[in-house]
Design a protein around this ligand. Structure first.
Ligand SMILES: NC(=O)c1ccc[n+]([C@@H]2O[C@H](COP(=O)([O-])OP(=O)(O)OC[C@H]3O[C@@H](n4cnc5c(N)ncnc54)[C@H](OP(=O)(O)O)[C@@H]3O)[C@@H](O)[C@H]2O)c1
Length: 88
């Protein structure tokens, strides 16, 4: 619905939503057209009212990062709380 309203693909809306939420998004595709689409997210934005609608979709983290980024001795983060700045 949001993508149709904006004349964009659902993937572009998802990537742009990530940017507008302040996240770093790292799209990767093996298809030339998709790669071009994935780059085309910088010169437009999702209006606030639609952004709020998208933000109603419940979000969940796929990983807390405790296996990759947290170690009691090595690396920059000692705890999951430290990695996520206390968010989780
Ligand atoms: N995931 C990690 O933990 C991690 C960690 C460090 C670095 N990275 C880097 O982050 C980048 C992304 O990795 P990832 O693991 O998130 O990606 P991924 O799972 O390897 O691939 C992304 C998936 O999204 C699809 N896709 C991309 N653009 C699309 C579009 N516009 N429409 C529909 N489908 C689309 C791709 O399909 P098609 O190829 O068929 O288009 C692919 O199946 C990579 O460069 C990776 O090296 C990832």
């Amino acid at each position: 619905m949001v993508a149709e309203k904006l004349g964009k693909t659902p993937a572009q809306v998802a990537l742009r939503w990530g940017l507008q939420m302040g996240h770093s998004v790292l799209p990767k595709s093996t298809h030339e057209e998709r790669i071009k689409d994935n780059f085309d997210i910088f010169n437009w934005s999702i209006p606030e009212v639609l952004l709020a609608k998208l933000s109603e979709i419940e979000q969940a983290r796929l990983t807390t990062g405790n296996f990759s980024f947290v170690h009691e001795t090595f690396g920059p983060y000692r705890t999951v709380e430290e990695l996520w700045d206390g968010e989780i």
